[in-house]
Design a protein around this ligand. Structure first.
Ligand code: B4P
Length: 191
């Protein structure tokens, strides 16, 4: 099973992916988590991406694709993988399709979380107060939303055109309620 959890910044991708990971034994591969870990460890990649991320911009496609190319085989080894935060551009989506095709695989399902922008900003600002993430400032949030509409939203159409199953999930409500909606969609799609 190759799944993608998709949605604008703050839609709850990471939150729901953690639930899906434990319920369906899928390996959770989050490019945001990988990049934050590189920054925290002060690696060469971390130095390269820290400023880009804190401004709310997307890091270069080549870098992200090489990270995923390195990690995907290990993540795919078990029951399957849930990609979180990737692909975020059409170039990344094509690179992923090619990586999977070399092993005779393809994306099976896209879970697309839908949340109105006003609620997204509230959630992220709330997280800012709790976690102090470098990209949770008002300016960076505005840039992340802009990048989402300019570059990322088109990824959904890319998969719809390929007739990949796309499940649009209402992401408003408490974390459990959203997860129940995802579980229903996931159960149906894996049958
Ligand atoms: P991500 O880590 O993917 O950040 P995100 O889109 O904000 O996260 P997410 O939607 O997972 O939000 P969460 O569950 O935490 O990316 C960060 C940055 O990394 C990008 O801006 C970019 O610079 C870089 N990057 C990553 N992948 C890349 C790629 N492929 N290409 C280029 N650059 C890339 O939820 C947000 C908040 O809402 C949390 O506080 C949570 O507690 C709360 N919340 C969740 N569900 C809720 C609910 N149902 N109700 C109320 N609050 C809820």
């Amino acid at each position: 099973m190759i799944g993608i959890i998709f949605g604008p910044p703050g839609s709850g991708k990471g939150t729901q992916a953690a639930r899906i990971e434990s319920e369906f034994q899928l390996a959770h591969l989050s490019t945001g988590d990988i990049l934050r870990d590189e920054v925290a460890r002060g690696t060469e990649i971390g130095w390269e991406v820290a400023r880009i991320m804190s401004a709310g911009d997307l890091v270069p496609d080549d870098l992200i694709v090489s990270i995923v190319r390195r990690r995907l085989p290990e993540s795919e080894a078990g029951a399957g993988v849930l990609l979180d935060g990737f692909p975020r551009t059409l170039q990344q989506a094509s690179a992923l399709d090619e990586m999977l095709a070399t092993e005779g695989h393809r994306v099976d399902v896209v879970i697309a979380l839908e949340v109105p922008e006003s609620a997204l900003v509230d959630r992220i600002l709330h997280r800012a107060a709790v976690e102090g993430r470098a990209d949770d400032t008002r300016e960076a949030i505005a840039e992340r939303m802009h990048e989402y509409h300019k570059l990322t939203a088109a990824v959904l159409d890319h998969y719809r055109k390929q007739e990949v199953r796309v499940e649009v999930i209402d992401g408003v409500g408490d974390v459990d309620a959203v997860f129940q909606r995802i579980r229903q969609a996931f159960d149906t799609s894996s049958r």
